[in-house]
Write a protein that binds this ligand. Structure first.
Ligand code: SAM
Ligand code: F3S
Length: 480
């Protein structure tokens, strides 16, 4: 698809080199931004620059989950418009979910934008830029070419001992408030062997921790080439038995295989859906010690009436039952979650049910948002008569409760020994090291730089506002 804007990007014989990428939104977008740099690096030898002023290519990787993020894209675009006058060779691109929703309307509103691409077409970026130059028109490609994106990606670059691996794209849950199924398309899983090969390659390059990434990773159903999935029921909250066929691996099977890859010491995943927390999923927590004792499981609300209106597919009791089973399989498991307050029609009583669920479950640091009406979603047609001030007050109360619970968890960790991945030197004091616990908390401690990139044990000695202080435990069990 092309936009009939004819202002040409002047062609120079040298390819652009410096790329500035501004990322809005979720971890999926962070991952996609890294991939944008990878594809441009492969085709154009591009490198990242931290300032838009000296860039040859400026990319905005946008988010449309909430209205504010969406509006920001256009104001930020306006702010870099003048750079195009200073450098006619500059290429400006808009990718991500706003691009996916707005398409050529972006070029209509901001004709100086050269390329518009969706989350599923970012691998076509070099081609789109080349066509922009040869045809002298802005290029728009927001199609969903299914799994092509994964196949077209250069091999992952390794930075440090931790890496993200995208295992699926899109979402087919269609929660009534959410744009993601429309902007990223329906769930598509990467083939099983492709994921395992990528993880094994990363492990060969020294990666010790992988985070398996997707909107709904536990909905993973990857094709297995020649392998048969392990047996076992796959009962989900909807009561159906989703036993996988011989050629399809579910997420529990994928975790088992990733767990067996030599060199991989810690496995994380995000995000998962309560409805897909099968009995096989709870079982893996009992069997796979490399799986972190921490889970991000978005619940959104604690009122069954609101959960039904959100089309989440579970009740508060069913959510709590999943958590109980997970904690039975893995004592000490901490959970974080996503919450939406002020969903259309949410009463004080509904909100109290969310607060009660938080009390009952006990969450670590979580994400909470005031409902944002998204045009085109089913919830956008609902009457929303709760005043914004009331919604903000509910948000504050909810966040205060979550913070209180997160602090209780932090204090309870003081004196415990935690297995951590040493990520580098501490941001505050370069003589110290910084590491991350299972539940994503930073621990700073004195230690030799040779420990960077290693999984080690530290004793938590003190809980500060957002971080811990710790002490290395030596291999003979004593503290250093
Ligand atoms: N499975 C995905 C995850 O947990 O990351 C959900 C994707 S969405 C990007 C992340 C969170 O944004 C959701 O869990 C929900 O709490 C929030 N969200 C989505 N649509 C929203 C809306 N219209 N208003 C407010 N928050 C929203
Ligand atoms: Fe959005 Fe619900 Fe999927 S929150 S990403 S539609 S699980």
């Amino acid at each position: 698809m092309q936009n009939p804007d004819t202002s040409a990007v002047a062609d120079t014989n040298s390819d652009p080199k410096k790329v500035f990428i501004r990322t809005f939104g979720c971890q999926m977008n962070e991952y996609d931004s890294a991939k944008m740099l990878d594809v441009l690096g492969q085709e154009h030898g591009a490198v990242l620059t931290k300032t838009a002023d000296d860039a040859d290519i400026i990319l905005f990787n946008t988010c449309s989950v909430r209205e504010k993020a969406q509006e920001k894209v256009f104001s930020d675009l306006g702010r870099i418009k003048h750079l195009k006058t200073l450098n006619p060779n500059l290429v400006i691109g808009v990718g991500g979910c706003v691009a996916s929703q707005e398409g050529s309307a972006i070029v209509d509103r901001a004709p100086y934008v050269d390329v518009v691409f969706g989350p599923q077409t970012l691998h076509r970026l070099p081609d789109l830029i080349a066509r922009r130059k040869s045809e002298g028109r802005s290029q728009v490609d927001i199609s969903f070419p299914e799994i092509e994106k994964f196949d077209a990606m250069p091999p992952p670059r390794v930075e440090g001992a931790s890496a993200f691996v995208s295992i699926m794209e899109g979402c087919s849950k269609y929660c009534s408030f959410c744009v993601v199924p429309y902007t990223r398309g329906e769930e598509i899983s990467r083939p099983f062997e492709d994921v395992l090969t990528e993880v094994a390659d990363l492990a060969d390059q020294g990666v010790k921790e992988v985070t398996l990434l997707g909107q709904n990773v536990n909905a993973y159903r990857g094709k297995m080439g020649g392998h048969t999935g392990s047996a076992g029921g796959n009962k989900t909250l909807d009561g159906l038995d989703h036993t996988h066929s011989a050629e399809i691996a579910d997420f529990a099977t994928l975790l088992e295989y990733v767990h067996d890859i030599p060199g991989i010491e810690r496995i994380r995943y995000t995000t998962s859906h309560p409805k897909e927390m099968t009995t096989r999923m709870t079982e893996v927590y009992a069997r796979l010690p490399k799986l972190v004792s921490f889970l991000h499981l978005p619940v959104q609300a604690g009122s069954d009436r609101v959960l039904a209106a959100m089309k989440r597919g579970y009740t508060a009791i069913e959510f709590k039952s999943v958590v109980r089973k997970l904690r039975a399989a893995r004592p000490g498991l901490t959970l974080s979650s996503d919450f939406i307050v002020g969903f259309p029609g949410e009463t004080e009583e509904d909100f109290e049910k969310t607060m009660k669920l938080i009390d009952d479950v006990g969450f670590d640091t979580s994400f909470s948002f005031v409902y944002s009406r998204r045009p085109g979603t089913p919830a956008s047609d609902l009457v929303d008569d709760t005043p914004q001030a009331v919604k903000l007050q509910r948000l504050q109360r909810l966040q205060a409760k979550i913070n209180e619970q997160a602090n209780v968890i932090a204090r309870s960790m003081v004196g415990s020994t935690q297995r951590v991945l040493v990520e580098g030197t501490s941001a505050r004091d370069t003589n110290e090291l910084s590491a991350r616990t299972d539940n994503n908390r930073i621990v700073n401690f004195a230690g030799h730089p040779r420990l960077i990139g290693q999984m080690i044990d530290v004793v938590i000695t003190d809980a500060m506002a957002n971080t811990f202080r710790g002490r290395v435990v030596t291999s003979d069990g004593a503290s250093e």
